[in-house]
Design a protein around this ligand. Structure first.
Ligand SMILES: C[S@@+](CC[C@H](N)C(=O)[O-])C[C@H]1O[C@@H](n2cnc3c(N)ncnc32)[C@H](O)[C@@H]1O
Length: 240
């Protein structure tokens, strides 16, 4: 059982998330960067997936490096922009130098096992230039017991993609997203993600200990933080 959606079917990932609000997410990050960043142009996108945020940041003039764990995602990202895409896995970052903006979008942090959280936060903060901005999100979705099946669909010109999902708790703060994914050509495959919930206060504390000034928001600014299980952390470098 594997993360087949990322490892083998990045085209299906894009079809399932065709309506994802990449524009708004990038606009939010850029507003934050304009307000609290250092004005530089080196951006690092970690867990860049198929490169949609990277492409938009490139269009806004950033010099972008994108990193993702899966070769297939990186290969697809390379077809969308001339950002520098690399394969690599948190907490180890295959990058050199310092970045003015470090962006870790859409539950990448939830994909970490609990023990990788502290070294990951350190690696992300270490990658920041003086006065740089770190933005990442976490979702708080661990159920107490296996959920009912949920069906998500995405209608595309070539037909309908469908994803049947069950979330189930495993150990501690961990849980699984088990999916059966159907494509318009009559194929289907199994996809499994092992995810971890991270407490908002613990995340904020971990960033502050490393010298960041932290603000939290509802999902990319479109909802009040108290009304959502999805939090965006914006940490500006306050180390000097
Ligand atoms: C939900 S997808 C988000 C992709 C992209 N950021 C987006 O918004 O469409 C999570 C991504 O994180 C990547 N990922 C998961 N664990 C990772 C790790 N430890 N290091 C780097 N990338 C990771 C996956 O390969 C996948 O592309």
């Amino acid at each position: 059982m594997s993360e087949a959606l990322y490892a083998e079917h990045p085209d299906v990932y894009d079809a399932l998330y065709a309506d994802k609000e990449y524009d708004r997410e990038v606009a939010f990050v850029c507003e934050q960067f304009d307000e609290r960043g250092n004005g530089g142009d080196r951006a690092l996108v970690v867990g860049c997936g198929t490169g949609e945020h990277s492409r938009r940041l490139r269009d806004r003039g950033f010099d972008v490096t994108g990193v993702d764990r899966y070769e297939a995602m990186v290969e697809r990202a390379r077809t969308k922009s001339d950002a520098d895409f690399r394969v690599g896995q948190l907490p180890d970052l295959p990058v050199e130098g310092a970045f003015d903006l470090v962006f870790v979008p859409f539950t990448v942090v939830n994909h970490l096992p609990p023990d990788d959280f502290a070294p990951t936060v350190r690696a992300l903060v270490d990658a920041l230039a003086d006065g740089g901005l770190l933005v990442f999100d976490v979702m708080d979705e661990r159920p107490e017991e296996p959920t009912a099946m949920q069906l998500y669909t995405s209608d595309r010109p070539e037909g309908t993609y469908a994803r049947l999902v069950q979330r189930r708790p495993t150990d501690g703060r961990q849980y699984r997203w088990d999916s059966l994914i159907f494509t318009p050509d009559g194929e289907f495959f199994v996809d499994v993600h092992e995810l971890t919930d991270f407490d908002r206060e613990v995340v904020t504390g971990a960033l502050e200990v490393l010298g960041l000034d932290v603000a939290t928001f509802g999902w990319y600014g479109d909802v009040d933080e108290s009304e959502t299980d999805m939090t965006v952390f914006v940490g500006s470098d306050d180390r000097s």
